[in-house]
Design a protein around this ligand. Structure first.
Ligand SMILES: [Zn+2]
Ligand SMILES: [Zn+2]
Length: 264
């Protein structure tokens, strides 16, 4: 069984992750226009018709905006928690009742040849989840939009071969940047977003033998740069004795477009 992973979009402006096998193709989030998701899929030699399901992490528009249009256009089932369904932005529009499916944190959802495991994340949305996607031999985890790393998040990341981890902002850039005091406090809070520093120290502690590929994602356009995120995390990880390129490879996910796809 082949497990394939790619980010189609990853930033505070829009998120969409592709995961697939020979038989199944799913998206985690579609927080950008249907057209842009289709363009990303084309880079993977796929179309909307190939997508079997969309799993949504939470209702924020950078994760949910495109799910309605894609679900209606290609008759795709959409999976989300009850709290997420109750708070979907109006832009999502109608989704056919048969395509409205519910997932529950900590309950496996068996979908064709994949096992999808949603887990609770600390974020200021109604009922947000991260997802682990478990294939025959490998596990891929998508963990972004977290104010801090809880025991639950740690437990679920454990054993992953591929990890998409939030590295949202540089704390100094955020503090000195143009955002309002309230927004800065929101981002820095326990239910906001993960900084480069926190991502780095977490990675330096979890380097386990299974972890092969790390993507830093959900970078803020205003309060981070790809280079800064990469270097900050790399420095922290190196200080701990782990080695990027040795223990695991690491890249910054592109804000938009498929720059790299991983096959396991
Ligand atoms: Zn987000
Ligand atoms: Zn969010």
């Amino acid at each position: 069984m082949r497990l394939r992973f790619a980010t189609i979009a990853s930033s505070s402006g829009g998120n969409c992750v592709y995961i697939g096998t020979e038989n199944t193709n799913i998206l985690i989030d579609a927080g950008l226009s249907g057209k842009r998701v289709e363009d990303g899929l084309a880079q993977l030699e796929l179309t909307g018709k190939d997508i079997d399901a969309i799993f949504v992490t939470h209702e924020h528009s950078d994760h949910a905006d495109g799910i309605g249009i894609l679900s209606r256009r290609y008759d795709i089932p959409v999976y989300a928690t009850e709290g997420t369904w109750d708070n979907m932005p109006s832009k999502v529009g109608e989704i056919r009742p048969r395509n409205r499916r519910t997932v529950y944190a900590d309950e496996n959802c068996i979908f064709n040849d994949l096992c999808i495991h949603p887990f609770e994340i600390p974020h200021d949305a109604a009922e947000p989840v991260g997802y682990s996607i478990i294939g025959e031999k490998h596990k891929i985890t998508v963990a972004t939009d977290m104010g801090h790393i809880t025991e639950t998040v740690k437990e679920n990341i454990k054993g992953s071969s591929v990890l998409l981890l939030e590295s949202n902002h540089d704390v100094d850039m955020l503090k000195k940047g143009p955002y309002s005091y309230t927004l800065k406090q929101r981002i820095l809070s326990d239910t906001g977003h993960l900084s480069n520093n926190v991502a780095g120290s977490f990675l330096s502690r979890i380097a386990d033998s299974r972890l092969k590929y790390v993507f830093l994602g959900h970078l803020s356009k205003e309060n981070n740069t790809p280079r800064l995120a990469f270097d900050t995390v790399k420095d922290i990880v190196s200080e701990s004795g782990a080695e990027i390129g040795g223990d695991f490879d690491m890249w910054v996910a592109a804000p938009y477009g498929v720059k790299r796809s991983i096959e396991l």
